[in-house]
Each structure stands twice: as C-alpha cells, then as structure tokens.
Design a binder for this molecule. Structure first.
Ligand code: PEP
Length: 247
C-alpha cells in the first residue's frame, strides 16, 4: 500500500500564495508520481483554485471539516456534498483543533464522518491524547474512546483513514519516540478492528511535527501508513521533502 501524505493547511494561505504552493507541489509530484499518494486540504474558499492548480497531477484535494447535515440552516458551515461537488476526494474530521476550539465531541465527529461517506468522500478521522492524558498513562483509554465514538458506521479501509495525532506533538516540534508511535498505531488498528471491523488494510497516519528530517524514520515504523502534516505542508520544499522520504 502506498503511503498517504496529507497536508493540512489549516487557516493559512491567501489566493496567490496557496496557488503557488499547490502548483509548485503539483510540478514535483508530476515528475515523481510514485513516491506516495498526496493530498492537500486548504481552507474552503481556496479549494476550487487549489483543484485547478493541481489538475493534471495525481494530487487529491480535501476539506478540513464538514457539517453532519446535507444542507440547511447552519451558517458558516460547509457540507460534505459541496466538497464532493467541488471535486474534493477527502475531508478531515475531528481534528484536535476543532475538538478543542469548537467543543466537537466524538459523537459529532462520527456524524460528520458519516456525512462524508454519504457524499462519496474519504473521511480522515483524527484522534489523539493531550500531554496530561499521556502523562497520566491514559493514552489508550482516550484514543480508544475516540475511536469507538468517532468512526462512522459502514466505513471500509477504502473510505476511512485514521490520523493518530498526539495533541502535544502538533505544531510543537516534539514527537513521541518511534517505539511509542508504533505501539499506539498497533493499538489503533486493533481497536478499529474491534470497534468497526476496520483493522486490515486500514490506513493509519501519524500526525504531529512531521518534518523532512524525521519523516523517513517515522514513515518506516510498521503500521504507519502515512502522515498528516500541518506546518511542514506550507512550503513546497518541506512538504516535498517529506514525500520524497517515504520508504
Ligand atoms: C496537524 O495539525 O494536523 C499537524 C500534524 O500539525 P503539525 O505538522 O504542524 O504538527
């Protein structure tokens, strides 16, 4: 299975800079298309332009969130159906920044993931513990509950991806040890199997301070099927540096 390297641009980029980033990346990926499966997730209003910028390359474009409903009175939200209609292939749901900033519960994340599947999108479901939870030895309890609560009904390894992102590693330059990442990924796979029968063939990404310098080691860990990348997805050089380092 090819690794999946997905860039979460978060609330970064304006029209010109995001176009340059997407088209610069498309040139690199077109020249070496076999390194990995690559996706970028820009802010909603940039999606259409990003799709145009990567057209003719194998890069997929995704959203950073979607609403659980197909349409309706939900000011400021974006439906999975619109993301699909625009040409997106995937959507991130349950990112820790949305769980923290918007109080999203696993129950809501599950509904969003189900809306994504209904719209024909791959749902990238994020889980991960805080530093306090890790220090208290609660990583498996917390991540296990998030998996049980957030995975959509009826998902398959083709339609669901889990991103394990320790909250304390996001944007901090800190990462768990390679052994710790491997252990949590093995736990995530077995829990996804127990919970939704999704273990075999499921892609489990690691996210949290992946950079060109640590990507080769992290991506070589058994059970790590790719990376969800924040900060380092914002320059062509860094993001390509990660893609190029896929084993
Ligand atoms: C993220 O927010 O999904 C992320 C992994 O961020 P960073 O790579 O900057 O730690």
């Amino acid at each position: 299975m090819a690794k999946l390297i997905a860039g979460n641009w978060k609330m970064n980029g304006l029209m010109a800079s995001s176009h340059a980033l997407a088209s610069g990346l498309a040139e690199k990926v077109k020249a070496k298309p076999d390194r990995a499966d690559v996706a970028i997730c820009p802010q909603g209003p940039l999606i259409k332009d990003a799709l145009a910028a990567v057209s003719g390359s194998p890069i997929s474009v995704g959203g950073q969130d979607c609403h659980a409903s197909e349409s309706g009175a939900h000011t400021g939200d974006t439906s999975a159906a619109l993301l699909a209609d625009l040409g997106c292939s995937c959507v991130i749901v349950g990112h820790s920044e949305r769980r923290a900033d918007h109080g999203e519960t696993s129950e809501q994340v599950k509904s969003k993931a189900e809306a994504a599947l209904k719209a024909g999108l791959v749902a990238i479901v994020c889980v991960g513990e805080t530093e306090a939870e890790r220090d208290a030895g609660q990583t498996e309890t917390v991540v296990g509950q998030q998996i049980d609560g957030s995975l959509p009904e009826g998902g398959t390894p083709q339609t669901v991806v889990i991103a394990y992102e320790p909250v304390w590693a996001i944007g901090t330059g800190r990462t768990p040890s390679l052994e710790e990442i491997g252990a949590v990924h093995a736990f995530v796979r077995s829990r996804a199997q127990e919970s939704q029968g999704l273990g075999d063939g499921l892609r489990i990404l690691y996210g949290g301070s992946v950079k060109p310098g640590n990507a080769a080691d992290i991506l070589a860990i058994p059970g790590v099927d790719g990376a969800l990348v924040g900060g380092a997805s914002l320059t062509v050089g860094d993001f390509w540096g990660i893609i190029e380092n896929c084993p």
